[in-house]
Design a protein around this ligand. Structure first.
Ligand code: URA
Ligand code: SF4
Length: 219
C-alpha cells in the first residue's frame, strides 16, 4: 500500500458546519477527517470553556492525557497553566481554552509510550477552519497565544516567541479574518516552562504575560 500523503486529505473545511449550534459544532469536530491525525489519536479534543468568553487561550495540540480525556490542557501543562492563570488574577473557568490542532500527534519510539510530536505545518493549516469557527463564536476580546506552533499558526511562519511575548499585538485579520477582531498576547507554552531548568523564572514570565492579557481585557 502506498503511504498516505498530505494531498490525500481535504482539510477541515468540509467538516465544519456553517450554521450550527455550539453542540452541533463540537459534535461535528468529532467526525473530522481533514488530515491524517484522526487515524491514530483517540478522539478530537475541541476547545472548552465559556462561550462567549472575554479571554481565550490557544495552545498547540492535545497531549497524551488530553487525548484520552477529550479535554484540552488537563495534563501536567494544564495544571501549570491553571496555576499561572490564578496568579495572573483570573481563573481557568473564566477562560476559553483551545489548541490550533485538535488531534494528538505522537510517535512510539519504544514500547507503548506515546511521545508528543509537533504537528506539521500542513496539519496546522488543515485544522485552521475549526479555530476560526470556534473563535467566531467565542468572540474573545483578548487571545493569548501559547508557544511557537500556535504563534506560527496565527501570525505566520516568521513568528518567534522571544521577540513579541508579553506585548499586545493585533489579530492578523488578513490571515484569519474574524468578525470581531481581538487583540493578542503571545507568550511561551506551559510545556516549555515544565521542561525548563529555570522553571521559577519562566513561570514568573508566563504569569507576567498573562497579567498583560488580563489588563488588556479592560483596555
Ligand atoms: N499542550 C497543548 O498545547 N495543549 C494541550 O491541550 C495540552 C498540552
Ligand atoms: Fe481534523 Fe484537525 Fe483532527 Fe486533522 S487534526 S483530523 S484537521 S480535527
Amino acid at each position: 500500500m502506498t503511504p498516505l500523503r498530505p494531498s490525500d486529505f481535504p482539510g477541515a473545511t468540509a467538516f465544519v458546519p456553517a450554521e450550527a449550534t455550539w453542540a452541533q459544532l463540537t459534535h461535528a469536530s468529532q467526525e473530522c477527517r481533514g488530515c491524517d491525525l484522526y487515524l491514530e489519536a483517540t478522539q478530537t479534543v475541541f476547545g472548552e470553556g465559556p462561550v462567549p468568553a472575554r479571554l481565550a487561550l490557544v495552545g498547540e495540540q492535545p497531549g497524551d492525557r488530553e487525548d484520552v480525556a477529550g479535554e484540552p490542557f488537563v495534563g501536567p501543562a494544564g495544571r501549570l497553566l491553571d496555576r499561572a492563570l490564578e496568579k495572573a488574577g483570573t481563573a481557568r473557568e473564566e477562560v476559553y481554552v483551545t489548541n490550533v490542532v485538535k488531534h494528538f500527534r505522537f510517535t512510539r519510539p519504544r514500547g507503548k509510550q506515546r511521545i508528543h510530536k509537533s504537528p506539521a505545518r500542513w496539519q496546522v493549516a488543515a485544522c485552521e477552519p475549526w479555530l476560526v469557527a470556534e473563535l467566531s463564536r467565542v468572540q474573545p476580546h483578548v487571545v493569548v497565544v501559547l508557544g511557537a506552533t500556535a504563534g506560527q499558526a496565527v501570525f505566520g511562519p516568521a513568528f518567534r516567541v522571544g521577540t513579541s511575548r508579553g506585548t499586545v499585538v493585533p489579530w492578523p485579520q488578513d490571515r484569519l479574518p474574524l468578525a470581531d477582531a481581538p487583540v493578542c498576547i503571545p507568550t511561551a507554552h506551559p510545556s516549555s516552562v515544565l521542561r525548563s531548568r529555570q522553571r521559577d523564572e519562566d513561570l514568573a514570565a508566563l504569569v507576567s504575560d498573562l497579567q498583560v492579557a488580563v489588563a488588556a481585557l479592560d483596555a
